[in-house]
Every structure is written in structure tokens, then in C-alpha cells.
Design a protein around this ligand. Sequence first.
Ligand code: P6P
Length: 351
Amino acid sequence: MTKIPKNLQTIESHVLDLQRLHPSASGDFTSLLNDISFAAKVVSRDVTKAGLVEDLLGATGQENVQGEVIQKLDEFANNVFLKCLGRRGQVCIMGSEELADPVFADTSQGTGKYIVVFDPLDGSSNIDANVSVGTIFGIWKRKSQLAHVNQDDLLQPGSEMVAAGYIIYGSSTMFVYTAGSGVHGFTLDPGIGEFLLSHENIMTPFTGKIYSVNEAYEPRWSPRVREVLRQLKYGRDSKKSTRRDAPTDGAGMSSRYIGSLVADFHRNLLYGGVYLYPPTTEYPKGKLRLMCEAAPLAMIVENAGGYASDGSGSILDIVPEDLHMRVPLYIGSRGDALWIEKMLGEDPAAL
Ligand code: P6P
């Protein structure tokens, strides 16, 4: 018998409570977040039983705009979110990591208030191995007058987001979001088909004991990045390191890297730690996408007391050049991410 959670607060009622704080609210935001949570339930149903359903696993044989092989579940998840988000007129533009161009939601005839950019199934190359994957989304408000929606509405910095969130399809399916009033996690109870509040007001530790990076790329990093990793591993080097609270006995951090951003980010958010995707020779601007990955996770981590940097400043300050702009990403515990930004910004002679 599943223990009934103490708090029977569903995500719908949680968002409604938020709406009550804004008497002038029309309810469009509430219905948009509810559409996202509905789409997440549909994706969860198929992701969690992929191994059993004929024709859901594996690749489609096509590549997406990023040049990445499209998994069948990528395509499925992308279609589910496009259909669910565009159907009630609250959205004027949708941007998907899977599609080269933004989709102007015709149900709104350009009058929808919101722009949603999402990665429908991040980490999907791990699906066949049953590794946790996730959906990431960011929500902005349009700037243009009604019915004149344009690119300026789409290419807004993360600091202009009104909400951001992710769904992690793992040992359980969790919906984590912020609308600027704390970060809250809801766990799907498949028995009743509801996301129930399980992690209220998530705060991430100021420094952590975990770093997450693909160490195989070490030869392709800059000397500064290599020095940052050296100090993360071997602890404070009294001559150089300025890591606050870093262990001084030479003991560094632990490495945890699952190769699925949402899973690595979620663990570090709860336990403390920092995720790094530095520029490499293959991805000189970094691999991760600003609008559908870095910026939404940056809004979440900042609302949980953490920080997200591209190595020179806050991810949230970057104005996108295009929908698929890539950035380096150093995200997680504030003390660790700020220390990395300081180290990367220092005069090379200082290293
Ligand atoms: P690499 C998955 O493709 C992804 O976008 C993130 O989910 C993940 O953290 C990263 O790329 C893994 O990249 O180069 O280490 O395989």
C-alpha cells in the first residue's frame, strides 16, 4: 500500500495558490503550467515502459538540427509537448531543441501571452540503457503588442523568464519548477496520476562535494579549465585556490557524471555540487543550448540559492543570438560555481 504523502498538494493547486497572489492574473499561466504537467505525464507513461512497447526504443535514423541522432522517444516527446502547449492559445511561440525553427502557435493567432522553449527529452541517448532522462523548459512573456509577435519576443535573456522547470523521468518521475517564489518538486503518483508536492522550497548547499564533468575531454580543455579541475580534485592549493570551505587536507571532491544533464543537475541541486561543460575543440562555444537547457536550469538554481555561469558571468544575463545558441556551463552550488568563474576569469599568469 503506497504511503499517502503527508501533503496532498498537487501541482495544479500549488500553481493556483500562486495565481491567487496576483489578483489581476488571467489564469493563462496556470493553465499553461497545467498543460506542461499533463504533457509530462504522457511522456512519463511511455518513457517508463519503453522497453516493453514495440517500436519505442532506439533511433529514428534521422538527425536533428544539432546533428544529433533522434531517438524515437525524442520525436514522441517533442510531438506531445508541441500539441499540449499550443492547444489553448496561451502560447504565441514555441522553440524546441529538436526543431531548427520556432513554431508560431496558430491556435493563438499570435495573441498568446507566453513563449515556451523546451528540450523535450534531454539525455535521450541514454534511454535504451534505462538511465534517467528529462524535459527542460523555460517560459517568457511576450514583449510585442498582441498579434505582432516577432523574433524579439523569442530571443530574450534568462533574466526575463517568468518560470522555468524540468521533469526527470527516473526511479520516480519528478516535476521541479520555479516561478520566482522558491523551487518546488512534485513526485508523480502513478496510482492517481497526479504530481504531489514532495520537495517544497528546495535550497542547494553553498558548496558541495560533487563535481560532474566528462573527464575524457581533458586534452581538449584550456589550461585554465584543466587547473580548475585539478583543484576540484586535489583540494585547496594554498598558493592559488580561493575555494571557500574547500577541504584543506588535499582531499578534493567526488566525481559523479551520468551523461544526462537533468539527472546530474537534479542530484547536485539536492546534494550540493557543480556541473561543468567547458568549451572543447569540438564545441568551442560549449555544447549545451542556452535557451532550452542552460537558462531554465540557471533560473532554477539561482532560486535555490545556487549560481550558473558561462565562465565569465551569469547565464541569466546572456541575450541569445539565436534559438540554438550554445554556451559553456558551470552550474550548481553558489560557492563552487562562483569560484570557478573567478578562476576562469583570472589572469592566466595567476594560475
Ligand atoms: P557528453 C546529452 O546529449 C547532453 O546534452 C546532456 O544531457 C549531457 O549532460 C551532455 O550532453 C553529455 O555530453 O559530451 O559528455 O556526452
